[in-house]
Design a protein. Structure first.
Length: 129
């Protein structure tokens, strides 16, 4: 069974992405990450939902719409340092923990998420506040 199905499918992926962006909008630890996003997080929320759907083994919504993810390339216009990456990861970790209680699934997915967050770093310094 795919991680998508083990997690609970579309409804849970929607809940995960919604909670993720609520956290990004409110956690002080995520302020630097939030600052590199547009004021309206709706489009980012939708894209993350579409990406996670396919990445977790569900419908390939993102690739059907936009082609190969190439996430680092797509995010390159935003200067992402370790500060922004860690803010993103803090939000994802918490949203994940609130969304799933399956330790085996968490053990399978979270190392990949952590690696993805680190892979997105494209600058050594955080942009000026």
């Amino acid at each position: 069974m795919s991680p998508y199905n083990l997690l609970g499918g579309e409804a849970v992926i929607h809940a995960l992405t919604s909670r993720f962006y609520e956290l990004m909008d409110g956690l002080p630890e995520a302020a630097a990450c939030r600052a590199i996003h547009p004021a309206d997080l709706g489009p980012a929320r939708q894209k993350l939902f579409e990406y996670l759907s396919g990445w977790l083994g569900g419908p390939p919504l993102f690739t059907d719409k936009y082609g190969p993810p190439m996430l680092r390339r797509r995010h390159f216009p935003a200067k992402i340092s370790a500060v922004e990456a860690e803010g993103w990861l803090i939000c994802f970790r918490q949203a994940w923990a609130e969304t799933t209680s399956d330790p085996a699934l968490t053990a399978q997915i979270m190392p990949r998420v952590e690696a993805l967050g680190q892979h997105m770093i494209n600058t050594e310094q955080a942009p000026p506040a």
